[in-house]
Design a protein around this ligand. Structure first.
Ligand code: HMG
Ligand code: MG
Length: 310
């Protein structure tokens, strides 16, 4: 593989943590249920490509997301993966108990900035969801786990339209006050553009929240995810969520498409001379393999381009 020419740009971090969400955000949205052995191999291959944080699965209600109903069995398969953080999504105390029973030491809670998605995704209002996750954060921290908080619909909602910045900042700061160690700002339906990203990050800073505690989570519906990511990096963010091969979506938000593809992100970061520890060729080969398992090509431009060069 011929790598991109490296030319740094001022004002960007030296190193970016890529938070891989393909096995969770990607596979939760598949029409068919991916076999356990394929999920396990996917995660092992991602680890082998240098990913050090891989959101493995979720302990939500199996009827709500049947694609990830094998969470317990998958965690058993991954027991021997050393040096890789494997966060799992938990919606409530029931999910946390299941995750801790499987030895999880890193969990993520999720709340919506908007009422409609909150009811559709968690069967509760925003206020009730916050009430539900507060003891989850508390008990996870007491058990020694680190806890990420997600805010969904930060930049637009398919039912409510534009989302006021203050609404997002209020929900996000509540999660940080509960004790979340990191906050990931989700563009669940991929509608954000760079000015919005900058305005939201500035808003958090003005509210007293350091950008270094923020991560960004862009779905790529309108092809804006890379531009939005670069904007976030210039604002001081250094943790970026991405999904190998651009898999992803949310079964409870039909307009959600795949996440920013990890390969597209790594091509850009390699070109900027920003260290990620990821081997792009191995990663793209993993996504080509996964695309073959799923029976359709990866939507990632980088995966396709590198595939043509083989
Ligand atoms: P509910 O129906 O309100 O649940 O659903 P409940 O608390 O009333 O309990 C009902 C039954 O479910 C009880 O069983 C509970 O024990 C059981 P029963 O007594 O009737 O036999 N139950 C559970 N079972 C297993 N695991 C659990 C669990 N919790 C309750 N964890 C609930 C509430 C939260 C469970 C449901 O709404 C749910 O599972 N939602 C998950 C939806 C989801 O996973 N969405 C996708 C992930 S979010 C996302 O993709 C966005 C993100 O990527 C960021 C972005 O892009 O913006 C993170
Ligand atoms: Mg998502």
């Amino acid at each position: 593989m011929t790598p991109p020419t490296t030319v740094p740009l001022d004002g960007l971090p030296d190193r970016v943590t890529v938070y891989e969400v393909g096995p969770r955000d990607g596979l939760q949205n598949e029409q068919t249920i991916v076999p356990l052995a394929v999920k396990a191999e996917f995660i092992h291959r991602l680890a082998d490509a240098g990913l050090r944080t891989i959101e493995a699965t979720s302990f939500v209600h199996p009827k709500w997301v049947p694609q990830l109903a094998d969470a317990e069995d998958l965690m058993d398969e991954l027991e021997h993966l050393d040096g890789v953080r494997l966060p799992v999504l938990v919606p409530n105390l029931n999910g946390l108990r299941r995750a801790l029973d499987q030895g999880a030491d890193s969990v993520a809670v999720f709340v919506s900035a908007t009422e409609t998605f909150s009811r559709r995704n968690l069967n509760r209002s925003v206020a009730q969801s916050l009430e539900m996750v507060a003891p989850v954060v508390d008990q996870a921290l007491a058990a020694g786990a680190d806890v990420r908080g997600y805010v969904s619909m930060c930049f637009g909602d398919p039912w409510e339209g534009a989302v006021p910045i203050d609404q997002v900042i209020d929900v996000g700061n509540r999660l940080l006050q509960f004790g979340c160690t990191e906050l990931s700002l989700g563009d669940t339906i991929g509608v954000a553009t760079p000015g919005q990203v900058s305005a939201l990050l500035r808003g958090f800073e003005e509210s007293g929240t350091q950008t270094s505690s923020l991560a960004v989570h862009f779905h790529d519906t309108y092809g804006q995810a890379l531009a939005n990511t670069l904007t976030a990096l210039t604002c001081g963010v250094s943790t970026v969520d991405a999904s190998a091969g651009g898999l992803g979506g949310c079964p409870y938000a039909k307009s959600a498409t795949g996440n920013l593809a990890t390969e597209d992100l790594v091509w850009q970061l390699d070109g900027l001379g920003i260290d990620t520890g990821i081997d792009l060729a191995k990663l793209a080969a993993t996504s080509q393999w996964m695309a073959a398992q799923l029976g359709r090509p990866s939507p990632s431009r980088t995966v396709r381009a590198l595939g043509r060069m083989e």
